[in-house]
Design a protein. Sequence first.
Length: 272
Amino acid sequence: MQQHNPLADVLSYNRNAIIAILVAARRLAPELRTERKRRGRPPKYETWKLAALCAIKALLNITFKRTAELAPLIVGASPSPATIHRAWVKLKDWAMETAAKAAGKPDLLVADSTGVPHRQKGRHFKVHFLYDVRSDLVMAATATPGPTADYQGYQSLLLSVPEKSVVFADSAYFGRSNFEKTLERDALLLAKPRRPPRRGRRRGWAAKYERIFEALRHLYRHRSEGERFCSRLKARLRRSLRYQLVESADAFVKWLSLALNIERIATGKAGT
């Protein structure tokens, strides 16, 4: 039986993207280091090496074991799968913050979600994300249990909405609470209004919001462009997520967002 060569996973992928991830990790990850306030052995592996391995793992969609096999070839170190997993969860918020910095301060965003099947029958996750229309870069992403409503998922993305921006969303995000919380961020949520009850008509706040939506309908056509991230996400997932815990699935979409943003910038595809 022919054995799998782990180096083939890297060689078969875009070399510029892998190099860009290594350079970005080395330049940005050291900022995470803080003075140790407890006794014991200092960290064995540099932060940037673990961060680079996590991003490459998400980009190639490989297991922690395979990532550990590739580690000596990529970063010249041999962390165990457990060590990479700890960094995977611990550094996920840094990965998302770095991905958002790469996107800059966009003014046109799409808020959307997509269901992701799980290998265990009957289970699935949902990925919620903010996507910059102009640069094709991801501003924020998170994974939640499948039954989570889009309206609730948007709440976890609010802190990533830049000032002076417009967020496009479908009718699942429509509601006064989301609209007002977005205004508090000095931004505008342009969600398609839900249909009123049969033989009913909009009143009060809903009627005023509908007039705003109709005045800006020409901008709303950009909402469909968020589907491009959905297609790229599902292409990376192949068939389904391999993670049992929502925390690990959430880490995956954050690391993948960082890896995809770096890849698109390195290959010159951002904003094209």
